[in-house]
Design a binder for this molecule. Structure first.
Ligand code: PLP
Length: 406
């Protein structure tokens, strides 16, 4: 879709709003399928914590994807969107044994990432096959907040605890049907990623009942023109040989699983806001928009860079602006950005805002969250409507002040 279409969507539905281009999601999905073409039983499990609107889940279901979930509520969303339980993976971290049991009873593939939970689950349900999440201790991620594979990470069972894992399996007689890793977001160095997969392959031979090997995700997308992204095609090339060798040695074709979130939806998202006011100070020109970190927290939380374009003045001359929100706290979206000349009332587009953007929005400052629109089949579809005042107080329980006085 183009900026003219974005602009008319903003005019039709009002700002702030997230617009998702379904075609971009489909294209990214196809890229993954092509990159790993020919691998036995390739499974793409869409990691829905990136963007879990039911219409988005349905879009991926229709493409043939499975689902990767991290909470029982995400599992419920997946079922509601029409996924079969066996198409869903549950790869949480730090959840209770009760939640794991509940999800397991729904028929979902469980992946456990903790020795204590593995032992507890195995002693009660030794007949239910589970996957285990291993931590290969590889630093693959770019940002320390999103890198989860390092030695002090809370994620996964350390490969150094392998003897302990084996002891639990021996005692409980539980069946391990998959091994899993997820080294965190923003993988750039493919060789580092491959090193982690080698470690996983090595340990996978210790299990007799494997049905899948799950390499998680962490594929990086580019956020600006010169920004690098994971070379999926090269990764596919390099992984193919290794995976075939593994299957051959293992004596069985197991499924190859990935759980991409960001890669599938990030680029599809455009966050549209309106410029409320321009404020010129002695050193800076601020553009105040009708949003803040209540709607898009990644710049403040991760120092994430989102390109900002003035789609109301697409061919205009560029000037420098610091784009800020309306939250009563510092909420800088971008400092000294070169943007097509802005006048009040213009619509700005934040690019690459499909993943982890709407999902992390809140009602801070008692504002409504943005609406969501899906562009699909050359048409816009409202997939989440604007909240209203009642929504802000819906779950509040008023006190009967008179009664408590007596
Ligand atoms: C978050 C997460 C993903 C998705 O990561 P992306 O960087 O968005 O691709 C995949 N697997 C697990 C277990 C996750 O927690």
């Amino acid at each position: 879709m183009n900026d003219q279409e974005l602009l008319s969507i903003a005019q039709q539905y009002g700002t702030p709003l997230y617009v998702y281009d379904g075609n971009t999601m489909i294209k990214q999905y196809q890229r993954l399928i092509n990159a790993f073409d020919g691998m036995p039983q390739l499974k793409i499990q869409y990691a829905c914590k990136a963007l879990s609107n039911l219409s988005i889940l349905e879009l991926f279901k229709n493409l043939g994807a499975g689902l990767d979930t991290v909470s029982i509520q995400e599992v419920q969303l997946g079922l509601k969107a029409g996924f079969q339980p066996h198409q869903i993976f549950f790869t949480p971290n730090g959840v209770s044994i009760e939640e794991i049991q509940k999800v397991s009873q729904m028929g979902v593939q469980i992946i456990i990432d903790n020795l204590s939970l593995l032992e507890q689950f195995g002693s009660i349900h030794s007949n239910t096959p589970v996957g285990i999440r291993l931590n290969p201790h590889i630093m693959a991620g770019g940002n320390s907040k999103i890198s989860v594979g390092h030695i002090d990470s809370k994620f996964g069972i350390s490969i150094h605890q392998f003897p302990h894992i084996k002891r639990i399996i021996q005692i409980t007689k539980m069946k391990i049907n998959g091994v899993h890793m997820h080294t965190g977001s923003d993988i750039l160095d493919i060789d580092v990623f491959l090193k982690a997969t080698d470690i996983l392959f090595k340990h996978a031979h210790e299990f007799n009942d494997l049905e899948f090997i799950d390499f998680g995700s962490g594929f990086k997308v580019s956020y600006y023109q010169q920004d690098a992204e994971t070379n999926i095609e090269e990764l596919g090339e390099k992984l193919r040989q290794r995976f075939e060798t593994f299957c051959h040695k293992y004596g069985k074709e197991v499924s190859l699983v990935f759980e991409p979130g960001k890669f599938l939806v990030s680029k599809a998202g455009h966050f549209l806001v309106k410029v409320n006011a321009i404020k010129q100070t002695t050193s800076t020109v601020f553009a105040h928009v009708d949003s803040g970190f209540n709607h898009l927290i990644r710049p403040m939380f991760y120092d994430a860079y989102h390109q900002i374009d003035n789609i109301s003045n697409q061919d205009g001359k560029s000037r420098y602006y610091t784009v800020v929100g309306y939250i009563c706290e510092t909420d800088t979206f971008g400092s000294n950005r070169k943007i097509q000349e802005i006048t009040e009332g213009n619509i700005l587009a934040f690019r690459n805002t499909g993943a982890y953007c709407y999902m992390m929005s809140s009602n801070y400052n008692s504002r409504y969250r943005p609406i969501e629109v899906l562009w699909y089949g050359h048409q816009s579809h409202l997939i989440r409507k604007r909240e209203r005042f009642e929504d802000l107080i819906r779950h509040q329980v008023p006190i009967d002040w008179k009664k408590s006085e007596s």
